[in-house]
Ligand binder design. Structure first.
Ligand code: NAP
Length: 279
């Protein structure tokens, strides 16, 4: 190959987008991150802000931690806003979108990250515990997507990233409600991508494996954590920053031709057959 020859890719709009994939790639964009007060969501807020986006940091009850995320972003020279609201409540989701557009001047990126777990075996699970998990994990994705979509469609631009889980594609004892809610998110991601593509709106999902946060402390700490880590091909848990970096990629111009994708970030956990070594 002649290194002097013109590179045809350099002239395409996608190539221009790729060169724009720099720390300022999201400058001028506004993002709403649900469950941005802690864990993966807080890391996503920081990553999007570092790429130049103004960020609405949603929380349900952790006002202090949400304001701390806002303060850290502002101290680093960015723009952020703490927005309370329960994603399981459709009216609250609409209010979050309204406040974000009113106070940050628009909305271009929605990260549906808020999630809960209420683990139990099916025969002992309280009926409210499957419904609560479904209402937040899947209902929240539906509510916020429905609230943001008309705005995205009318401006002919928008990106949605759903933080799902590898559990949505696999079985795990004691997580039937959680896994079912994430399986629903995965199916919804594909359908939403198909409905929204013609309006210039992309919809993808990130499927983390295990990343130490409050949500999974019971699985990542102590002997249980050791036992799980041993079975992950990369032999370690992912950091919240490693998950957030993939969310940022899916929210930005580098992934301009991606929609309907379920991207695993799990150290290879989903690639294993799951039977263990033959000894
Ligand atoms: P986390 O540390 O427990 O944080 C959960 C976040 O969700 C908090 O900001 C919380 O807000 C918010 N939240 C919960 N219910 C809400 C509601 N009804 N309305 C608005 N916000 C709500 O959990 P995480 O581990 O970062 O999990 C984030 C996402 O990643 C979840 O969807 C989870 O299922 C997914 N995930 C995590 C892992 C992992 O290993 N950590 C693996 C796979 C998937 P408050 O602070 O106000 O309570």
């Amino acid at each position: 190959m002649n290194p002097e020859a013109p590179n045809p890719a350099a002239a395409s709009p996608d190539a221009a987008a790729l060169t724009a994939a720099s720390p300022g790639a999201l400058r001028g964009k506004v993002a709403l991150v649900t469950g941005g007060s802690r864990g993966i969501g807080a890391a996503v807020c920081r990553a999007l802000a570092a790429a130049g986006a103004a960020v609405a940091v949603n929380y349900r009850s952790s006002e202090g931690p949400a304001k701390e995320v806002v303060r850290a972003i502002e101290e680093a020279g960015g723009t952020a806003l703490a927005v309370p609201g329960d994603v399981a409540d459709h009216a609250a989701a609409e209010e979050m979108v309204r406040r974000t557009t009113a106070e940050l001047g628009g909305l271009h990126i929605l990260v549906n990250n808020a999630g809960v777990a209420k683990d139990a075996l099916i025969y002992t699970m309280a009926p409210d515990d499957w419904l609560d998990v479904m209402r937040v994990n899947f209902g929240g994705v539906f509510n916020c997507t429905k609230a943001a979509l008309p705005h995205f469609m009318s401006q002919g631009e928008g990106v949605i990233v759903n933080v799902s889980s590898v559990m949505g594609e696999r079985g795990w004892v004691g997580e039937s409600n959680y896994a079912a809610s994430k399986g629903a998110v995965n199916a919804f991601t594909r359908c939403c991508a198909m409905e929204a593509a013609r309006f210039g709106v992309r919809v993808n999902a990130v499927l983390p494996g295990f990343s130490p946060t409050d949500l999974v402390a019971g699985l990542t700490e102590g002997q249980t954590g050791k036992g799980i880590r041993r079975q992950i091909p990369m032999r370690r848990f992912g950091s919240v920053e490693q998950i957030a970096e993939v969310v940022r990629f899916l929210a930005g111009p580098e992934s301009a031709y991606m929609t309907g994708s379920l991207v695993t970030v799990d150290g290879g956990a989903m690639t294993a057959l799951g039977l263990g070594r033959p000894n």
